[in-house]
Design a protein around this ligand. Structure first.
Ligand code: UDP
Length: 259
């Protein structure tokens, strides 16, 4: 088979030209980065799990009428998606205080927010994806006012749906990041959900133990990254029966380490 043309290599994914015009292939790597690329590592098997988890969530969102770029999963590490023009904004949705919000405003991690909070970051690695206001987005024309309204509406719908999805499997959806893209039809464009939704870009806490089941295990050197991602996939019903035995009980593991 002829080698496919690589379009882009990001921190956790590689994008290749797809089989038809307007499509691309997302290849999920095992590479992990944190703190604006200062911390780098590999989480063996992460790409396979994120591919499955993201497929599951995008398919479910599509089924409730949220337009997404997802077309179909091709194999263990690849999925076919629609090519979009990425809006250069990371949309952060928060239900519970954590991470940079806690640091910035001195709110204790784990505090339930009085209402869902949406924040925007300008997508620029060199600048460290700075937090921006809607005024910056309008001023610099990164998205129109109509697009911002649509983005906020979709982000709230995605949050409502995902809170329920995870609550049903004993997981608290603390926060997550979304990216949107434009699809052009002559001079008209519309927005669809793009990128991925996986434990790489979500904070997921076990409801009973508060155990972190996401990339914070890597960011904060907690260990057990793959086991945590597997646990999310297992609870979502994405691991074949045979594989469930391999899911390590995080509580047991911690007890063994004497913590
Ligand atoms: N997030 C992400 N990519 C980024 C920044 C944040 O996926 O470049 C996700 C992150 O995993 C978390 C949420 O967005 O679920 C909020 O992240 P936060 O702003 O607290 O930043 P962090 O503490 O991760 O630096």
């Amino acid at each position: 088979m002829a080698r496919r043309r690589q379009i882009y290599e990001g921190k956790a994914k590689i994008l290749y030209e797809g089989p038809e015009p307007g499509t691309i292939i997302q290849y999920f790597k095992d590479d992990a980065t944190a703190f604006n690329n200062q911390k780098k590592g590999t989480i063996n098997g992460k790409g396979v799990l994120n591919n499955r988890i993201s497929e599951h969530i995008f398919t479910a969102l599509g089924a409730i009428g949220v337009p997404t770029h997802f077309i179909r999963r091709l194999n263990m590490r690849e999925q076919l998606v629609r090519q979009v023009e990425i809006v250069p904004i990371e949309v952060i949705v928060r239900n519970v205080a954590a991470g940079s919000l806690s640091q910035r405003l001195g709110i204790e991690e784990g505090e339930q927010l009085p209402r869902t909070l949406i924040e925007y970051c300008y997508k620029d690695d060199a600048l460290g994806d700075p937090l921006v206001a809607e005024e910056h987005i309008a001023c610099f024309g990164w998205a129109s006012q109509d697009e911002m309204n649509e983005i906020t509406d979709m982000a709230i719908r995605v949050n409502d749906f995902m809170c329920g999805l995870f609550a049903a499997i004993g997981i608290r959806l603390v926060d997550f990041k979304l990216e949107f893209g434009r699809i052009w039809d002559n001079e008209y464009s519309r927005l669809i959900l793009a990128d991925e939704i996986s434990p790489d870009g979500c904070r997921l806490w076990d409801m009973k133990s508060n155990e972190k089941l996401d990339k914070d295990r890597f960011r904060r050197d907690l260990g057990g990254e793959v086991e945590a991602y597997q646990e999310v996939a297992r609870r979502l019903g994405l691991l074949p029966e045979g594989e469930t035995n391999e899911v390590v009980d995080l509580d047991q593991q911690r007890k063994k380490r004497g913590k």
